[in-house]
Design a binder for this molecule. Structure first.
Ligand SMILES: NC(=O)c1ccc[n+]([C@@H]2O[C@H](COP(=O)([O-])OP(=O)(O)OC[C@H]3O[C@@H](n4cnc5c(N)ncnc54)[C@H](OP(=O)(O)O)[C@@H]3O)[C@@H](O)[C@H]2O)c1
Length: 286
C-alpha cells in the first residue's frame, strides 16, 4: 500500500476506508487497464456497480486478478465497493431476473458481483438510489433488508445508500434495523457541498462519499476568491476542490483516466489548505 493512501483513512466497524476511491464508471473496454493503472498508482479503494449500462464490473475483477498476481498484494489490502441498481437504471444487460421478487434480485446481483470481483466479501455495498425521488418505497426497504442479511452473514462489511436526499436518509436511518454507514452523493458547491446531508451523516456516524466534485462545480473555478486560493497555494483547481473536500471530512471519488492526475489527486492528502480557505470554499457558491 502506498504512503498516500495510508494517510488519514477512516475506520468504521473494523473496516478501513481510504480517503480516495477510484471510480470505474464510463470506462467500458478500458475499465480493466485503467483500474490496474489506478491500483499501480496507489489507489487502494475501488468503486463500481453491477450496472452494465455505466460500469463494467467484470473488467474491474480482471484488473484485480492481474494486480494481485503482479504486486503480491492480497484482497485484504483493498477496499472494494459495488452497488445494487434497480432495473429502471439498467439497460437490457441485467444482473438478475427482472421477473423475480426484489429480495431475489438483490441476492442474484450481489452473488454476481462477488463472482465478477473474485471475492467472498465486499467492503461496502450500496443501494444505487431509492426507487422514487421522494420518500422510500416498500421495495427500497426490501432491498435494504436483504442487504442487512448479507451484512449479518459477513459478506458485506458496510451498508450504504447513494443518490439520497435528506428526508430519505432520515427515514432509512430511523427505520432500518442496521443503519446506513455510508452515503454516496453528487456534490454541488451551490448546496454548500451537500451541507444538509453531510450534517445528517455527521449526526448519525455515517461517512460521506462525494462524486462529481469537479464536473458539477466548474463555475467555481472562475470565482476570483477561488483563483486567489489557487495562486496562494500553488495548487490546480481540481486539487483545491479535492483538498477542501477532504478537510470537510469527505471521502472522494475520482475516475480520472490520466496517470498524472491519479498521482496529483492522491497527493492532495499532503497539501493542506488553510482552515479559513476551506471555510470560504464551503460558503462561496451558496
Ligand atoms: N452513485 C452514483 O450514482 C454515481 C454517479 C456518478 C459517478 N459515480 C462514481 O464516482 C466516480 C467519479 O465520477 P465523477 O462524476 O466524479 O467524474 P469523473 O469520472 O471522476 O470525472 C472527473 C473529471 O475530472 C477530471 N480530473 C480528475 N482529476 C483531475 C485533476 N487532478 N486535474 C484535472 N482534471 C482532473 C477527469 O479528467 P481526466 O480523466 O483527464 O483526469 C474527468 O474529466 C465514478 O467513476 C463512479 O464510480 C457514482
Amino acid at each position: 500500500m502506498t504512503e498516500q493512501q495510508e494517510a488519514n483513512p477512516f475506520t468504521l466497524h473494523d473496516t478501513r476506508i481510504p480517503r480516495f476511491i477510484y471510480g470505474t464508471a464510463w470506462k467500458e473496454q478500458a475499465t480493466s487497464e485503467l483500474t490496474m493503472q489506478a491500483l499501480n498508482n496507489g489507489f487502494t479503494a475501488i468503486d463500481t456497480a453491477n450496472q452494465r449500462k455505466h460500469y463494467f464490473e467484470q473488467g474491474v475483477g480482471e484488473a484485480l486478478q492481474n494486480f494481485y498476481r503482479s504486486s503480491g498484494r492480497r484482497r485484504e489490502d483493498l477496499f472494494l465497493q459495488t452497488k445494487f441498481t434497480y432495473a429502471e437504471g439498467q439497460d437490457n444487460r441485467l444482473p438478475y431476473n427482472p421477473a423475480a421478487d426484489t429480495k431475489t434480485q438483490v441476492e442474484q446481483s450481489l452473488l454476481s458481483s462477488l463472482e465478477h470481483l473474485h471475492t467472498e466479501y465486499l467492503d461496502a455495498y450500496l443501494l444505487h438510489g431509492p426507487s422514487r425521488s421522494q420518500g422510500l418505497s416498500d421495495r427500497d426497504f426490501a432491498v435494504w433488508e436483504t442487504m442487512e442479511g448479507f451484512h449479518r452473514s459477513g459478506q458485506i462489511k458496510l451498508l450504504g445508500v447513494s443518490n439520497v436526499n435528506h428526508q430519505q436518509l432520515e427515514l432509512l436511518s430511523h427505520r432500518a434495523a442496521i443503519k446506513p454507514m455510508l452515503v454516496q452523493n453528487r456534490c454541488f458547491a451551490r448546496t454548500g457541498w451537500d451541507a444538509n446531508i453531510r450534517q445528517l451523516c455527521h449526526r448519525h456516524g455515517i461517512l460521506y462519499q462525494g462524486f462529481s466534485l469537479l464536473t458539477a462545480n466548474t463555475q467555481l473555478l472562475a470565482k476570483p476568491e477561488f483563483q486567489a486560493i489557487m495562486a496562494r497555494s500553488g495548487l490546480t483547481g481540481p486539487q483545491v476542490i479535492f483538498q477542501a473536500a477532504l478537510k470537510m471530512g469527505m471521502i472522494i471519488l475520482t475516475g480520472t483516466s490520466d496517470p498524472a492526475h491519479m498521482q496529483q489527486d492522491l497527493n492532495c492528502l499532503h497539501t493542506p489548505l488553510r482552515d479559513d480557505e476551506v471555510n470560504l470554499i464551503e460558503q462561496l457558491m451558496t
